[in-house]
Ligand binder design. Structure first.
Ligand SMILES: [Zn+2]
Length: 192
C-alpha cells in the first residue's frame, strides 16, 4: 500500500499457494512508501476464524427491532447481576470484528451504507481485506483473544500493526465472479 497525501493506492497481487516455496526469513522492505504509517510494524499474526453478521442498518427492519428489544433485555439482566460477563451490543460485540481481517462484512458506521459493485460486470463485491489501525479497544473487547486480555492490556486501545491509513477502515473489495476484474476500495471520506 502506498499513501500519497489524501489517497491510498492499493496493488493486489494474486499468487497460487502451490507456487509458494520456502518463506523468506527476512521480509524485503518496500522501496518506496508514501508515509511510514503504511508499513506494518513487525508483529505476530495468529489468524483466527470467526463468524460475523451483517451491518445492523442493512438488516430487515423487523430484525433490527428484535435486536433492539433483545439488547434492552440483556441490559436489564446486567443491572440485576453486577458481575455479568456477556456481550450486550449487536454492533460492537457480535456482528463486525474490528482490526485487520480477510473476508467478512463491511461496517458502515462512519458513513451510510452504499453498494460496491464491480465496474466490469456489476456483481456486488464483498470485502476481501479490511485494514484498521485499532485491533480492538474497550468498546470492542469481546473480540480480543482470551490470551491477550491481560491486565496490562485490559481497557486499552490495541494497535499492534502501527498502520494508520486515516480515520476509519480501508476495505479492498474484489469481484467474486472474476478475480481479474479491478478491485475497488471503500473507506469513509474516500471516493470509490
Ligand atoms: Zn466483475
Amino acid at each position: 500500500m502506498h499513501g500519497t497525501g489524501q489517497t491510498v493506492d492499493v496493488v493486489l497481487k494474486w499468487r497460487r499457494s502451490e507456487d509458494i516455496g520456502a518463506v523468506l526469513q527476512e521480509q524485503p522492505e518496500p522501496l518506496v512508501v508514501g508515509s511510514p504509517e503504511c508499513v506494518p510494524q513487525p508483529c505476530e499474526l495468529h489468524p483466527e476464524q470467526i463468524t460475523e453478521h451483517a451491518y445492523l442498518g442493512l438488516l430487515p427492519e423487523d430484525l433490527q427491532e428484535a435486536i433492539a428489544t433483545w439488547e434492552e433485555e440483556l441490559l436489564d439482566e446486567e443491572e440485576e447481576e453486577a458481575e455479568a460477563d456477556f456481550p450486550t451490543e449487536y454492533s460492537s460485540d457480535l456482528s463486525l470484528a474490528p482490526g485487520w481481517k480477510a473476508g467478512g462484512f463491511a461496517t458502515w458506521h462512519l458513513s451510510d451504507p452504499h453498494p460496491v459493485d464491480c465496474t466490469v460486470c456489476g456483481t456486488p463485491m464483498p470485502p476481501l481485506l479490511t485494514a484498521y489501525y485499532v485491533e480492538w479497544d474497550p468498546a470492542s473487547e469481546s473480540w480480543a483473544p482470551r490470551e491477550d486480555l491481560r491486565p496490562d492490556l485490559f481497557r486499552h486501545v490495541i494497535t499492534p500493526t502501527g498502520v494508520y491509513l486515516g480515520r476509519g477502515y480501508l476495505r479492498i473489495h474484489t469481484c467474486p465472479a472474476d478475480p481479474c476484474h479491478s478491485h475497488r476500495l471503500s473507506a469513509p471520506g474516500r471516493p470509490l
